[in-house]
Structures are given as C-alpha cells and as structure tokens.
Design a protein around this ligand. Structure first.
Ligand SMILES: [Zn+2]
Length: 222
C-alpha cells in the first residue's frame, strides 16, 4: 500500500496527533464521563475531520470511547476523499464500520465540474467493501444549497437511494430544512430496507411518518 494513501492520523500516531500548531489537542478535552450503563455503537462520526490543526488520533479516540462504553463507531464519508478515507479506516481498526456517499452540499459541486457520474460510480465501488454498511450521508439540504444546485442534490439523493437498495445497505439521511421533499423522494424511489434520519431535525408530523414507515430517527447532540 502506498504510504500516502494511509489516513494521516494513522501515520506515526503519537507524532502526528500533536503536529501542526504544536499544541496537544488532547489536553483541551474535558475529563471522560462516567461509563455508559450499557454499551453502544456511535452510528455517525467523522474521524477524518481535523481536531483543530491536528488530525484525529483515531486509535486513541476509539480507545477513549471504548473506555466509557462506546464500543465502536460508523465512520461516515461526505465526498470522494473522505469516503476513500473511510474504506481505509475500516480496514485498519476493527472497531469501525463505514458509510460512504457524496453529501447533499457536495453533490452540486461535483455536478458543476461535470464529475457527478464518475463520483457516484466510485461511491458504488467503495460501497462494495464488506465493512461498508451504509450509504450516507446523503439526502437534501435546503439550508446551504440553493438555485440550480437543488436539482443536482435531488438527483444525487435518488442515485444514492438506488445504490443502497442494490447493495442492500442502510441509507443514512441528512435532512436540513427539507423534510417534505426527503419523504417525497423516498416514497417516489422506494425506500431501502433500512433507513436512518441522521441527526433528526423534524417535527412531530415527520416523526410519525418515520415511525409508520419503520425509518429510524437518530437524535444526536448538537
Ligand atoms: Zn455527519
């Protein structure tokens, strides 16, 4: 494997974890909480997002989580780069499973560059990895995307639903200010067997729709 393909946080873990600004990011963390009464899996995390100026020390972060009852996590990709990272990460640490997708705010950028089809094809290839268990995060975001980008976003969401169904993977949805349209697209396309509304932001009406359809709602900290 080419060394440059290894996620940065896995290279010389101790040294890289404090590289960059020179500060030790871990010193900024609050004390660990009491261990959870029952073990859980974190179903949505982005370990490729830097911690300040430093890459996350992934093994150390998972060790700290495990010590308080979070036994594993689903690493979620948002674009090609982070989805490739996700596949590498799940191969390197058995506590991770993965999700890959083009985020609804990134899909229009791929479309504008004429690269959306190619990107979707690569997402499907990456999703075939046995430790990739979800397509996400995908969906609709009317807060950050507008104009012509919305059509690309909607198209990308439909394509992700199709990939999830064909590969029998869970669909992990990002829905921001787009509740009715997300439900409409899911119904038009036919929802995959397993659906998660990641970081549920809907109201009682949407909760009732999800409940009736058997779609899971994730209530995350914000
Ligand atoms: Zn996310």
């Amino acid at each position: 494997m080419c060394n440059s393909l290894i996620p940065a946080a896995y290279r010389s873990l101790g040294a890289d974890a404090t590289a960059g600004s020179g500060r030790s990011a871990r010193q900024d963390y609050p004390p660990a909480p009491e261990p959870l009464p029952v073990p859980v899996i974190d179903n949505h995390t982005h370990l490729d997002f830097p911690d300040g100026d430093s890459p996350v020390a992934i093994a150390a972060a998972l060790d700290a989580a495990q010590a308080v009852g979070v036994q594993g996590a689903v690493q979620v990709g948002c674009d090609l780069e982070s989805s490739r990272f996700t596949v590498q990460a799940v191969d390197l640490d058995s506590r991770l499973l993965g999700a890959v997708a083009l985020h609804p705010n990134d899909a229009p950028d791929y479309a504008r560059r004429g690269e959306l089809e190619e990107a979707l094809a690569e997402i499907e290839q990456l999703a075939a990895h046995p430790r990739i268990r979800a397509i996400g995060e995908t969906g609709l975001d009317f807060f950050r995307t507008e104009g012509e980008g919305l059509a690309h976003q909607r198209y990308s969401f439909r394509r992700h639903i199709d990939i999830a169904k064909r590969l029998d993977l869970t669909l992990q949805i990002h829905d921001r200010d787009a509740h009715d349209d997300v439900v409409q697209v899911l119904r038009e396309e036919g929802a995959p067997e397993r659906v998660v509304f990641h970081c549920f932001s809907g109201d009682e009406a949407l909760a009732r729709i999800c409940n009736a359809a058997g779609w899971n709602m994730s209530f995350a900290g914000t």
